[in-house]
Each structure stands twice: as C-alpha cells, then as structure tokens.
Write a protein that binds this ligand. Structure first.
Ligand SMILES: C[S@@+](CC[C@H](N)C(=O)[O-])C[C@H]1O[C@@H](n2cnc3c(N)ncnc32)[C@H](O)[C@@H]1O
Length: 404
C-alpha cells in the first residue's frame, strides 16, 4: 500500500509512514530517518500549508481563481510583479491544489486553477505548538518560514526584494539556527550526506572539497561521522568552500572550534558559477567533491558539474545531498522559503535536465550528471524505489564517479 507521509500530521500517521520507510531504507539510514523525524516532517508540511493558505488569502488568490485562471493570469489580474512573483505564486497554487483547496483544470501549459469552495481558515500556530510539544529542536524551521510568510505578500507585489526578506543582516540569526545539526528538520540532509560519504569515500583518502559549505553544519556532521568510525585519518585535506564571506567565517569558526585548527582543514571562497581552476582548484586534484543542498543553486548546472568533473581525479567522487523532487511539479515545503531567491527559482534552463528552477527530480539529476561526463550515478537511499511507496519522501544523496 502506498503511504503518503503528508496524509496528515498525527502520531499514528508518522508511525505508519516510518514502518513503510524502514522496509526501504538501508540499515545505516534507519536511525537517521526515525518515526520522530517523520512526525516533525508531517507537522511542518501542515504548518507550511497553512502559511501558504494565509499568504494566498492575503494576496487575493481566492477571488482571483473564482474563474479558472493560470498562474500568469492571476499574476496579471492582481497586478503582481511577474519576474519575482510568477514562480512562487504558481508554487502556492499547485500546493493549494494538492490539498484540495483549489481545483486544477488542464495540464502543462493549459493548467489553470479554480476555487470552487470557500477556503477554510487554518491557524498555523497550533501546528507550531504541536511541534514544540513533540520536538522543539525543529522550531528554527518554523521561525524561518513564519518570518518569510509575513513579508510574502509585499514580495509578490514587488515591494520587497526576496533576497532582502531572506538575508538582511538582522536575519542572520535565523539562518544560524536553521542550518544547524540542532535543527532536526534540516539536519537530515547533513546526516544522509554524511552516511553517503562514509559509504562512497575512496579508502585511499585524499582531498575532499565542499561546495557551498555555508555555516558548516554539513561539514561538521560528516567529519563527526568519519571520526566516530575511526576514519578521519583517511582525509588528507578538507577544503571547506563557500561564496558568502560572512557564512564562510562562521563555518570556519564552527569547524575550528570543533577540530582545533588542524592543517588538514582549509577555508576558501569558491563561486561554483565560475571556473574552479581560475579560483585555485587544480584539475584532477580532488578525490571527492561534496555538497549539501547547494548544487541546485548553480546558475548553469551543466557548467558547474563540468567544473567539478575536471577538478576530480579519475575515479574521484561527486557526492551531493539534496532534496530530490519525487515527481515533476510536486511541491517541496522548503521551496516556500527559497522561491524568494532568484538564484533558486530562475537558473539557466535545459530542456531535458533543468526544465524549471528549484529542486530536481532523480531523473533530472541523472541526466545532468551523465551529460557532464560522469558514470555510475546512484542514490542513497534508493529514492526511485521509495517514491513508489512513499511519494513525498525527498532526502537523498546522489553519487557519481569521474571515469578514468
Ligand atoms: C543550503 S545552503 C548550504 C548549507 C550548508 N550545508 C550548511 O550546513 O550550513 C547553500 C549554500 O550555497 C551557497 N551558495 C550560493 N550560491 C553559491 C555559489 N555561486 N557558489 C558557492 N556557494 C554558493 C550559499 O551561500 C549557501 O551557504
């Protein structure tokens, strides 16, 4: 029987979904993806749904969809700022349609949305309180989404830049708390990635370069796992890289606080949209390129993957922990937040593997990685198999090998 994680937010739903998943997960991931995590995941789905509903109401979507309307028609009808608003608004419409608040009429370019019922009024706060009682460690995800939701209508009207809403200096604390192994909902990506590296890291060790390392939580989870397995000595150098100086500095503080400044830890600015060689990464010099929730923001994914392949030695590994979209056009809750970023929602498109911005499906990852010249593309856990049984599970690591 197919088990939807997000069929509701009860403890019984979480237990049932966890049981379904346990059958499909390798033993190394079973403790990571626990029934407790799934309960938090279900609650957060509900919380984001309620925020999206509130934003939709405040933006006038209920009236704007009394007659079937496409996202473009809604944007034009409400006088919203199309360049910023189209993708997030289309996401909200699809999200409401998936919940049955709206009806979806037609498909593809002809897809339209119609509200045929009066919309329910659903307060997000009781869901946050349920999370507080269940596991307060995930509250940073709630605080971030709740904060973004307040500014969403102004962003859709073009009165506030998405990057300003997300990254104004006064909001740095939100990110420090969000990108953290103490945030149970976010840490899953770090743990899945760390398990994958422990499995796929070449035994001879070598140089690991992390792209988009942010505040360092992904690196910390990985190095802690290798250390616990007595394998830290296999890492000749861990080169932690990041585009944003403020993030790099914080990541450096975190990692040096934990590992007391060993010579094998290096910290470097690296822009994944520019030539790696021109930024000091020698061709064929790395054994592993690692990234947690970072590669999907590449402006031109084909270019960045090509740079990664050149930087790897033959037999070297690309390992990326990502939110992998189970089915095309399916919404993933983190997109409610990240759709405010132009780099996230509007990368350079490719007809086969990058038909839209945001997260990629397993097939799109495989297509992009193979087109860049990699072999042996694989997923941990087996996301293709899992999505047949649990269609809204999306945490996975993607591995690939640079051929000789
Ligand atoms: C989801 S975050 C990764 C969080 C990180 N794993 C952590 O634990 O804090 C994605 C990161 O990619 C970085 N990024 C965005 N554009 C980039 C670029 N062009 N090159 C390198 N990094 C980039 C962002 O600054 C951000 O830190």
């Amino acid at each position: 029987m197919r088990s939807r994680l997000a069929s509701g937010a009860t403890a019984a739903d979480a237990t049932a979904a966890a049981a379904a998943l346990r059958e499909l997960l390798p033993p190394s991931l079973q403790p990571v993806i626990s029934a407790s995590f799934i309960r938090s995941h279900l609650l957060y789905e509900e919380f984001v749904d309620r925020l999206a509903l509130r934003v939709a109401r405040e933006t006038g979507l209920e009236a704007a969809t009394r007659k079937p309307a496409s996202a473009q028609e809604v944007v034009a009808g409400l006088g919203l700022e199309a360049r910023c608003a189209l993708v997030p608004l289309d996401w909200i419409l699809r999200r409401l349609a998936a919940k049955g608040t709206l009806e979806e009429v037609g498909a593809g370019a002809d897809r339209r949305f119609r509200s045929h019922t009066t919309w329910p009024v659903l307060d997000p706060e009781p869901v946050r309180e349920a999370q507080l009682r269940h596991d307060p460690s995930s509250l940073p995800s709630y605080t971030l989404a709740g904060t973004v939701a307040q500014d969403y209508p102004a962003f859709l009207r073009g009165e506030a830049a998405g990057e300003e809403v997300l990254f104004s200096p006064r909001r740095l604390r939100l990110w420090v708390d969000y990108f953290s192994n103490d945030n149970g909902l976010y840490a899953i990506s770090n743990h899945v990635g760390a398990v994958a590296v422990a499995e796929w890291l070449p035994r001879v060790g070598g140089v690991i370069l992390e792209v988009g390392g942010g505040l360092g939580s992904g690196a910390l989870a990985l190095l802690d796992r290798l250390e616990a397995a007595g394998r830290l000595g296999e890492v000749r150098e861990y080169r932690f890289t990041e585009l944003v100086q403020a993030f790099l500095r914080r990541g450096q503080q975190t990692l040096q606080g934990r590992y007391r400044d060993p010579s094998w830890l290096q910290f470097v600015v690296l822009d994944m949209n520019r030539s790696f060689a021109e930024q000091g990464v020698r061709p064929s010099s790395l054994s592993t390129v690692y990234a947690v929730n970072a590669l999907h923001v590449a402006h031109d994914l084909g270019f960045t993957l090509g740079e990664v392949r050149c930087a790897l030695e033959p037999g070297g590994q690309l390992i990326a922990s990502e939110c992998v979209r189970p089915h095309p056009w399916q919404t993933i809750y983190a997109e409610f937040i990240f759709n405010l970023m132009e780099t996230f929602r509007a990368p350079r498109l490719h007809p086969v593997y990058r038909p839209a911005g945001g997260f990629l499906t397993a097939e799109q990852w495989r297509g992009a990685i193979e087109a860049a010249g990699f072999a042996d593309v694989r997923f941990l856990p087996d996301i293709l198999r899992i999505r047949e049984e649990v269609p809204d599970f999306f945490a996975a690591a993607i591995g690939a090998t640079r051929p000789d």
